[in-house]
Design a protein around this ligand. Structure first.
Ligand SMILES: Cc1cc2nc3c(=O)[nH]c(=O)nc-3n(C[C@H](O)[C@H](O)[C@H](O)COP(=O)(O)OP(=O)(O)OC[C@H]3O[C@@H](n4cnc5c(N)ncnc54)[C@H](O)[C@@H]3O)c2cc1C
Length: 299
């Protein structure tokens, strides 16, 4: 059989496994080994890349799962912190995340299937630069904790994405976790994440869109509006023009058309073999306009 032949012809070697106990040790291993080693958390994304032939199996896997403290979610004053080894299954079922970052909990619910989510981690999803958690983290004003071999620092997701997509994140830099501000505004804060793939479930996303805002039902006004979209292997991004249209403006059916157009023209995506950039832009516009329409109809 052709496939058996392909398997037998492949290089039959098992990468060496290293299991550092600290961020520092992981970083030192990666610095010493360079391109011969990659970090691995759940391994679920790496596995798809190896199978698709888009990444080579490295000589050494630096397994991050023995690093203490990175699998915890902690409610601190003003923040919820989650370590990079928190699994997507834990994100999905966490009441603390459902409260501090409902769109992120919803994003986790829509990724892959239980067997994958039990292994897949928040850190791996973020470190890819395009995981479906990222649009949700953008609308929650999340920060990413990174370790650069010397310091652990936090930076807004948007700033980290800018570094990641401009190629200025050094190969050894580690994602240590996230920090989500806990909002004490009272009132109703909308937080939604929607994903469209090529089929209903267990599918890679073509477009993932997220929305968060405070809703004043009396004046029918949105404040603190955050819109973001991503999907596939495209760059997750805030949709600033559409946010500006909605901020502090009375939400009317008339405004929805302008918001749709601002999302469609503001969302930079890419053509792939299954969907054009134009299709993804329209889809992002429709996802966000539909949620706002639903809000108007629910009043
Ligand atoms: C069937 C299937 C369906 C999937 N569907 C989706 C989907 O719908 N949406 C989606 O977003 N993803 C999807 N994925 C991809 C993947 O499961 C997730 O993105 C997952 O969160 C990746 O986490 P991981 O821990 O497995 O990452 P890994 O595979 O371990 O690593 C991913 C990348 O991040 C690097 N890395 C890992 N941890 C760190 C860290 N702490 N610091 C720095 N770099 C690190 C690795 O070197 C690698 O480059 C799917 C995968 C499969 C197999």
């Amino acid at each position: 059989m052709e496939t058996m032949g392909a398997i037998q012809d492949g290089p039959l070697f098992t990468p060496a496994l290293r299991q550092p106990r600290s961020l520092r040790e992981a970083w030192e291993l990666k610095s010493g080994l360079g391109d011969r080693a990659v970090y691995v958390s759940g391994g679920t994304l790496l596995r798809t890349q190896w199978e698709a032939g888009t990444a080579a199996v490295p000589q050494v896997l630096i397994d991050l799962r023995k690093i203490a403290g990175m699998g915890d979610m902690i409610e601190a004053e003003g923040y919820l912190t989650a370590g990079s080894l928190v699994t997507l299954a834990a994100c999905r079922s966490s009441s603390a995340l459902a409260s501090a970052g409902p769109a992120a909990a919803e994003a986790a619910r829509q990724i892959a299937a239980p067997a994958v989510r039990n292994l897949a981690t928040l850190g791996g999803n973020i470190a890819s630069g395009y995981g479906d958690m990222l649009p949700a983290l953008l609308v929650h004003d999340a920060e990413i904790a990174v370790y650069d071999g010397e310091f652990l620092s936090v930076q807004p997701v948007e700033a980290w994405l800018e570094r990641r997509w401009s190629g200025s994140v050094p190969p050894g830099e580690l994602v240590a976790g996230i920090r989500l501000p806990r909002r004490e505004t009272g009132g109703a804060r909308l937080a939604i994440c929607r994903k469209v793939g090529r089929r209903e479930a267990f599918t890679a996303s073509l477009v993932t869109a997220a929305l968060a805002a405070d809703w004043d039902a009396g004046s029918r006004t949105l404040r603190g509006v955050r819109l973001a979209a991503g999907g596939g292997s495209g760059r997750p991004q805030r949709l600033a023009a559409a946010e500006a249209l909605l901020e502090d403006a009375e939400l009317t059916h008339g405004l929805l058309g302008a918001v749709y157009e601002a999302v469609e023209s503001g969302f930079a995506s890419y053509d792939d073999p299954f969907a054009s950039e134009a299709y993804k832009q329209k889809t992002a516009g429709n996802l966000i306009a539909a949620e706002l329409w639903r809000l108007l109809e629910s009043e």
